[in-house]
Design a protein around this ligand. Structure first.
Ligand code: AMP
Length: 218
């Protein structure tokens, strides 16, 4: 079972990917989380990626494609995975197809999360992330029990620099130009399933279960 979650920043694809991966007991690959981890650890990759991420631009393909290739090669991904945040451009989609073909794996479906830009801006400016474990909260819809602290590890919650309004607008533009063309690509391949991502986490998850029902049947 290999699923790609596609959609604009703030469409909730990371949150939903995590929930579905737990339910299906498959691995969840989140390129944005992996990149932030590299930045936190101060690696060579992290140092190169940071300026692109802070500006809301895509990190160069050679970094993300290599990271994905390595991650997919790990043992826990051999029975399937859900990937969000990759591919994000036609070049990445082509590389992804090559990587899967090399491993004799096939992409099952691409879930496309629909959401308008203004809803994204509203959502992301209220998003808070844990500095320590990366868990995501929302000040109105999913507030932490103690303000400013992570429920799971007690880590400090912060507003990601790239969740500030100016950067969100840039990320949305980048999405429209570079990532959105993939919708047509996967439609043509007959792999696209679409859902309305404007509801609550639970509502969207129920819809997600419907459109991925094929994966739940034993
Ligand atoms: P995300 O957490 O998925 O919203 O990603 C945060 C940031 O990481 C993006 O705005 C990009 O700068 C970078 N990033 C994540 N995935 C990719 C990718 N597949 N290609 C290039 N840059 C990426």
């Amino acid at each position: 079972m290999i699923l790609v979650f596609l959609g604009p920043p703030g469409s909730g694809k990371g949150t939903q990917a995590k929930l579905l991966a737990e339910k299906l007991r498959v691995s969840h690959i989140a390129l944005g989380d992996m990149l932030r981890e590299e930045v936190r650890a101060g690696t060579v990759v992290g140092k190169r990626a940071k300026e692109f991420m802070d500006a809301g631009h895509l990190v160069p393909d050679e970094l993300t494609i290599e990271m994905t290739r390595k991650r997919i090669s790990e043992k826990d991904c051999q029975t399937g995975f859900i990937i969000d945040g990759f591919p994000r451009s036609t070049a990445q989609a082509e590389a992804f197809e090559r990587i899967l073909a090399e491993k004799d794996l096939g992409l099952d479906k691409v879930v496309y999360f629909h959401i308008p830009e203004e809803e994204v801006v509203k959502r992301l400016s209220e998003r808070r992330s844990c500095k320590n474990c990366g868990t995501v909260y929302h000040l109105t819809n999913r507030p932490p029990k103690v303000p400013g602290k992570c429920d799971l590890c007690g880590g400090e919650l912060y507003l990601r620099h790239d969740d500030e309004e100016k950067v969100i607008r840039t990320r949305f533009e980048v999405y429209e130009k570079q990532t959105r063309p993939l919708v047509e690509r996967y439609k043509k391949q007959g792999k696209l399933v679409e859902l309305d991502a404007t509801g609550s986490i639970d509502e969207v998850f129920q819809e997600l279960l419907k459109v991925t029902a094929f994966a739940l049947v034993p």
